[in-house]
Design a protein around this ligand. Structure first.
Ligand SMILES: Nc1ncnc2c1ncn2[C@@H]1O[C@H](COP(=O)(O)OP(=O)(O)OP(=O)(O)O)[C@@H](O)[C@H]1O
Ligand SMILES: [Mg+2]
Length: 300
């Protein structure tokens, strides 16, 4: 049986969070954090500590080493509940609800902010997709080793949050970032439908949505200096605003800077792909090369 991040979270009390935090803190040094270190730094009575470790193990938030030395490591879910705790304690969210979006890698949940606004909480995984692509572009963490998954996942949370601050600050049509903690990023919820599921767009509405997307890609490229790198019908949300369909571009953590190797190829791939999707599936009448030169500022 697999339980949700929220269900696991609800089972925990402060001592369990304390144990998780100690393991997290020492993980960059150890593959499995030795039991003595957990004992020393969690400062829990032995019986409470063993109860906490048992519970965390049952909930699959930690994993015990198979070797002779007793030690523990976090699972992704262990990191997720710590991030969730951080978000709640810092007042970034008040509650977490249903899981939304059928995730290949990330886990995306609906949540509520302290002011009652709907938000989404996205828990990053290290991301095969993201890192395959980043290795190819010899980007900022090409040489990271397997054991650094924890730092990588956390870095993705920060990375997505910060780029969304830049993008939304410059008027790009992206979800507004609310906050982040560890591998989790919180965004304003957009009540819309992913483009791939959208059936009843007429040609004119389709072009409106496409230009929203192109405009956003242009702001990203020209004003922020980045390329999305994974633009597709899965990462465009169509939202109804004042009786009109409008497009938003989501899912930015794999972005690359425009002066990085392959950035131009990626931009071209992104633009050609999305323009062709709109042409083929939705009857939009826009030329790929014109769209590309619009973004690069060679026209428009
Ligand atoms: N701000 C948002 N408002 C509404 N829904 C969102 C928002 N952000 C993400 N979603 C939903 O969550 C899904 C996954 O989000 P996103 O594309 O950012 O993550 P992902 O890394 O692609 O996840 P995965 O690869 O697991 O699908 C989206 O397809 C969408 O349904
Ligand atoms: Mg996506």
């Amino acid at each position: 049986m697999t339980i949700s991040i929220k269900e696991a979270y609800m089972e925990l009390e402060e001592p369990e969070f304390r144990v998780l935090r100690v393991i997290e803190k020492w993980l960059p040094k150890y593959e499995y954090v030795p039991a003595e270190i957990i004992e020393k730094h969690s400062r829990l009575p032995p019986s409470r500590l063993s109860r906490s470790l048992r519970k965390l193990g049952e909930l699959k938030l930690i994993k015990r080493s198979l070797g002779t030395l007793i030690g523990y490591t976090l699972t992704y879910m262990g990191l997720d509940v710590l991030a969730l705790r951080g978000l709640v304690v810092r007042g970034i969210i008040e509650d977490i609800g249903e899981k939304i979006g059928v995730g290949k890698e990330g886990e995306v949940y609906l949540g509520v902010s302290p002011t009652g606004e709907w938000v989404v909480v996205k828990f990053h995984r290290e991301g095969r997709r993201t890192f395959k692509h980043l290795r190819r572009t010899r980007s900022y963490m090409a040489n990271a080793t397997r054991g650094q998954w924890l730092l990588k996942a956390k870095m993705l949370g920060e990375r997505e949050f910060k780029i969304l601050v830049e993008l939304s600050g410059r008027g790009a049509r992206v979800p507004k970032p609310v906050g982040w903690n560890r591998n989790a990023v919180v965004l304003v919820y957009l009540e819309g439908v992913e483009l791939y599921r959208f059936k009843d767009l007429d040609g004119k509405s389709a072009e409106r949505v496409l230009w929203d997307v192109l405009e956003t890609i242009k702001i990203a490229y020209r004003d922020v200096g980045v390329v999305h790198g994974d633009l597709s019908e899965y990462n465009v949300l169509v939202v109804e605003e004042d009786g009109e369909y409008r497009g938003y571009v989501i899912d930015w953590p794999q972005y690359v800077y425009k002066d990085e190797e392959h950035a131009d190829e990626l931009l071209k791939r992104d633009v050609y792909y999305i323009v062709r999707f709109f042409k083929r599936k939705l009857g939009a009448n826009v030329d790929e090369d014109e769209a590309l030169s619009f973004i690069k500022g060679e026209s428009g």
